[in-house]
Design a protein around this ligand. Structure first.
Ligand SMILES: [Zn+2]
Length: 233
């Protein structure tokens, strides 16, 4: 009876405050609390997590040592996914970030036996940017991954230094050195001998990720894998 009363209550609430889909901004008739059924079905999954030599893992060939790398979705402009990412990054839709992390988590859960990750670490944002935004979108993703898989997140292990000078007037080598030295590990014991899953929102060139992988390995992580929400074609 209590259950029925709750359902009735929820449908009345829904009548006055219908859920709006984050992908297409239409009212959700069918689907879940975040996305309508049509947007859910149109999400461009890559299946990269099941392909060893996928475009994300080959991005790191000859650059640094990784165990696995994959993106859950293709980033394609003018699609519901682009709208979703925009709202996570710029519109304070933190719950949507956690939700997308859960979708990543279900894919990771399916291959968990093969990758045996010990912990997740989000790509750190520049501290000023994080203060302005109020959150790190990659940390929302790791929260969702943790909820879906039980893989714990370490939020403050990998940090980004505050003072990095502007990249624009530097030579290529200087630019590389600049990125190379901006990440740091707070407590190396937290990653020592562990397989770390480094999580980012969108992978493009992978330069910052490469610097993070190097600092994790230099601090005796057993190995690093990389997962991102989206991959830019
Ligand atoms: Zn929709």
């Amino acid at each position: 009876m209590r259950h029925l009363a709750r359902e009735a209550y929820e449908s009345i609430i829904h009548l006055f405050y219908p859920s709006i889909c984050f992908g297409c901004q239409n009212e959700i008739i069918e689907g879940d609390e975040m996305l309508c059924i049509s947007c859910l079905q149109s999400l461009p999954y890559t299946s990269f997590e099941t392909i060893e030599n996928n475009p994300v893992s080959t991005l790191f060939w000859g650059r640094c040592k990784i165990i696995n790398a994959f993106s859950t979705f293709y980033f394609i402009e003018q699609t519901p996914l682009q709208k979703i990412i925009h709202q996570i990054k710029y519109k304070n839709e933190e719950n949507l970030g956690v939700y997308m992390g859960q979708l990543m988590g279900y894919k990771i859960e399916a291959i968990k036996r093969n990758i045996a990750v010990d912990l997740c670490i989000p790509m750190p944002l520049h501290p000023t940017k994080e203060r302005e935004r109020g959150y790190n979108q990659s940390a929302l993703l790791t929260k969702g991954i943790e909820e879906a898989t039980g893989i714990p997140t370490k939020l403050n292990t990998l940090t980004r230094k505050t003072h990095t000078s502007s990249q624009t007037k530097k030579t290529r080598i200087e630019r590389w050195m600049n990125v190379e030295n901006i990440f740091d590990i707070n407590d190396p014991n937290e990653i020592k001998g562990k397989h770390v899953l480094l999580v980012d929102d969108v992978i493009t060139t992978g330069a910052s990720i490469e610097a993070c992988i190097n600092v994790l390995l230099a601090n005796q992580a057993a190995g690093v894998s990389v997962a991102s929400l989206a991959y830019t074609i």
